[in-house]
Design a protein around this ligand. Structure first.
Ligand SMILES: [Zn+2]
Length: 292
């Protein structure tokens, strides 16, 4: 089970992992907490859908997310509490944080209770969400973290055996910064040292590295499906074009709950989020050998 804040987060952060496990026959459930109503719109013909105009972006992004899920092979997708229950809060400190339906202002136990219902139904062995800073500080990402962790706590015996937080190793960031130094769409902005970024984990804190390079094309197709959010000039396409499937298809995780399984390589990283778990006996249905 993947718990994400907005449509497109699933693809950018964990798309290769989702495609990898969907292709392997695991039951992959995506829970998206908001419709992403406050996103910028990069398709000029659709600019009138913006929150301060027709305010139709959220509904439009449901279709983008559907297309992205199809590209990733993910068939079980839900919005937390149903589509439109919680609204994109916008960036930290903006008035949109105070919207009555803003996810940032959601009652924690109520929102976690909605996720708990899905956990009880799907019984995921592994849950993936963000770290306490929401990876990069967006209020909805921080709230997704809190809601997911609270739901795991509330789930008791039905709690996933392992919980992972998305992460990027410092070395990967440093390499990316060097590559993007001259780029016009530089995701690192004016920052020149990887240690100064609000994200990036020391290699020793990473627990798992999922190699989804085989599914880099699926991830790319899913990125393209989020056209209002990710323009053709985006650094994401630059990554795909310049560095290939290695940069796009390999995703890293920190382990927040559960026991690390056996790993390999210099840092002993797991190559499977189910490492150490008994996947043979798991799943609500015999067909679902494993649930993520
Ligand atoms: Zn997001």
């Amino acid at each position: 089970m993947f718990v994400h804040a907005h449509p497109d987060d699933e693809t950018i952060g964990t798309g290769a992992t989702m495609a990898h496990y969907a292709a392997a026959g695991a039951h992959v459930t995506l829970v998206t907490c908001t419709l992403g109503e406050e996103g910028e719109i990069h398709v000029p013909a659709l600019s009138g859908l913006a929150a301060d105009q027709a305010d139709q972006l959220g509904g439009y992004r449901i279709a983008e997310l559907d297309a992205a899920c199809r590209a990733l092979g993910v068939t079980d997708h839900r919005f937390l509490g149903g589509a439109g229950r919680f609204r994109d809060s916008g960036m930290m400190g903006l008035p949109t944080n105070d919207h009555p339906r803003a996810f940032w202002g959601a009652d924690l136990d109520e929102a976690a209770g909605l996720l708990l219902e899905i956990i009880r139904e799907v019984r995921p062995q592994v849950l993936v969400t963000y770290d306490p800073n929401g990876f990069y500080g967006h209020p909805d990402h921080i709230q997704a973290h809190r809601v997911a962790m609270r739901a795991v706590e509330m789930a008791g015996d039905l709690a996933p055996r392992k919980v992972y937080w998305t992460a990027v190793p410092r070395s990967v960031l440093a390499a990316g910064m060097a590559q993007f130094a001259e780029s016009s769409d530089n995701p690192f902005g004016g920052v020149s040292n990887a240690d100064d970024l609000p994200f990036g984990s020391p290699e020793s804190e990473i627990a798992a590295c999922v190699d989804g390079q085989k599914h880099a094309d699926a991830k790319l197709a899913a990125i393209e499906a989020h056209a209002t959010q990710i323009p053709p000039t985006s650094w994401l396409f630059a990554i795909a074009g310049n560095f290939g499937s290695g940069a796009l298809g390999v995703e890293h995780y920190r382990l927040a709950v559960g026991e690390k399984g056996s790993g390999s390589g210099e840092y002993g990283w797991e190559d499977d989020l189910f490492a150490g778990l008994d996947t043979a006996s798991a799943g609500a249905t015999p067909a679902a050998a494993a649930s993520a």
